[in-house]
Design a protein around this ligand. Structure first.
Ligand SMILES: [Zn+2]
Length: 503
């Protein structure tokens, strides 16, 4: 089996000209490091996508609607104010939790990642329980995914089986039950939006499709809710749907990628919280500052969480004009490689005027924060985002990256771009550790190209295929390097690239 490894080692020396216009002030994360240590570029978080209704069909634990635990006292849910969690003086709603020790480290990370989306976008805060009387207890066993609705008082179990429930969408689905929500297709007005095909539902399962007296918080029915059943839920006839959207039966339902924008709005509406952040969950779209292209408001903080359905987020600025201040202490944009302000920084506080280089997150989530102070505004920014299946944009020294899935073989039809940017006054040195791709005349099938500049229109330094030994490439006066990998259907091999750069 073919395998190739590229090692890129970068050492940065001083050059006279930086790649960025001097009027824009960009802070690069990691710049204070004296020398770059090595870090491994992490692959995307992966969950175990699953249908809750397929996991729970034969559980002995009393449940309604497939995964809702029945409280012995019996009660209705979100139409019941005492079933909500109390709001703190600071406007947040704390839900204390205990997490079973039965999860792997990767599952704990996925769980935390799932909580962070609530924290970024709503006033809900899941906090580790200390001494609180009312709390949720998250259990890794039981073979089911199941929850109560809202707060029931005391300890309440949330079943998130470690073997079958640990995807972000399923975790968020169960947590949203705890926040206070039934399934979307249980809404009091659901008959206007879906048809329940009772002829394909066994009598002992029909209760899962009961319509509830829900509080719909004045927001519309959401086919894209993470709380909606899939079309084939509890079907007793292969190929026959039990829930059919109307009037268009092909509207997708039952996604478990994660919270939808309306899920977020409904949580904030239920708890009477401000919309603290905007979720963008399409494969591509546009982000602009408020009022763009007019001036953005003073004294405001805006947050956008981009979460593409798959792949990684690539963000390209089209315009950027933000009040300049030394160290960007007044107005600024800041961008994170993940769902929260605790995620690694992709772009530190940036202000001024000019174009920010393309940014690519390492996962499907990217967080944009835009802050203005009490005086002086400008037109702000406009950027477009799109999901990409591989690649990256690095602004800090000491990074490694590999072809997707390394050391497994790379995929056919892969187009990856990695962009490496150093601050003004530095250049980049990149070392290919080891390299092997399918060989062909003129590298016409698979290839790796390195450009001495910001994009693939820059000067081509090298185009590689076949097997190559280690080699170092240095940028010239321009402190950007673009690495572009193209593979086609015939690609049989895998690729590893890493680079280290030190300032
Ligand atoms: Zn459910």
């Amino acid at each position: 089996m073919g395998l190739f490894i590229i090692l890129l080692v970068c050492v940065i020396g001083q050059v006279m000209n930086g790649p960025l216009p001097p009027s824009i002030q960009i802070k690069f994360p990691g710049l204070t490091k004296l020398a770059g240590g090595e870090e491994t570029w992490s692959p995307n978080l992966r969950g175990a996508p699953s249908s809750i209704t397929n996991i729970n069909p034969d559980s002995d634990i009393p449940m309604m609607e497939g995964d809702i635990l029945i409280h012995p006292r019996g009660r209705s849910a979100i139409n019941c104010v005492s079933c909500l969690w109390p709001k703190s003086a600071d406007g947040t709603v704390l839900i204390p939790y205990n997490l079973s020790s039965g999860y792997s480290q990767q599952q704990v990370s996925l769980f935390q990642n799932s909580l962070q989306e609530f924290h970024t976008l709503t006033c809900i805060r899941f906090v580790p329980r200390t001494t609180e009387k009312d709390f949720i207890s998250i259990l890794s066993t039981g073979g089911i995914c199941a929850s109560f609705i809202g707060r029931i008082g005391g300890e309440q179990q949330v079943y998130l089986d470690s073997g079958s429930c640990m995807s972000r969408g399923t975790i968020q689905h169960e947590l949203e039950h705890n926040v206070g929500f039934f399934h979307e297709q249980s809404r009091s007005d659901r008959d206007d939006f879906v048809t329940i095909m009772t002829q394909f539902i066994s009598p002992d399962k029909i209760g899962n499709f009961d319509k509830m007296d829900t509080n719909n918080v004045g927001l519309e029915y959401d086919y894209g809710s993470v709380m909606h059943y899939p079309g084939n839920a509890f079907s007793n006839t292969s190929g026959q749907a039990t829930i059919v959207p109307k009037p268009n039966p092909s509207i997708p339902i039952g996604q478990r990628i994660g919270l939808s924008p309306l899920d977020v709005s409904k949580i904030n509406r239920l708890y009477q919280c401000d919309d603290s952040g905007l979720l963008l969950n399409s494969a591509n779209g546009t982000v602009t500052s408020a009022n763009y292209p007019s001036t953005y408001p003073n004294n405001s903080t805006s947050v956008w969480l981009i979460r593409t359905p798959s792949g990684q987020v690539s963000l390209q600025f089209i315009a950027f004009d933000v009040q300049f201040s030394t160290d960007c202490v007044s107005d600024y944009i800041k961008i994170f490689d993940g769902p929260s302000e605790a995620s690694p920084v992709l772009l530190d506080r940036t202000c001024g005027m000019g174009l920010i280089p393309q940014l690519i997150s390492s996962t499907s989530q990217m967080l944009i924060e835009f802050v203005s102070d009490t005086s002086i505004t400008a037109t702000g920014f406009k950027a477009t985002y799109t999901a990409v299946q591989c690649g990256g944009a690095f602004y800090a020294p000491g990074k490694n990256f590999t072809s997707p899935g390394y050391p497994a073989a790379y995929s056919p039809n892969m187009n990856c771009i990695w962009k490496i940017t150093a601050p003004a006054g530095y250049k980049i040195s990149l070392t290919l550790h080891d390299f092997m791709m399918e060989s062909a005349p003129n590298c016409k099938y698979d290839s790796l190209s390195i450009y001495d500049g910001a994009d693939t229109s820059s000067v081509l330094m090298v185009k590689y295929c076949g097997t190559k030994s280690a080699r170092t490439f240095n940028s010239t006066g321009n402190a950007q390097i673009t690495v572009y990998i193209l593979s086609c259907v015939r690609a049989p091999n895998s690729l590893f690239i890493s680079f280290i750069k030190g300032f």
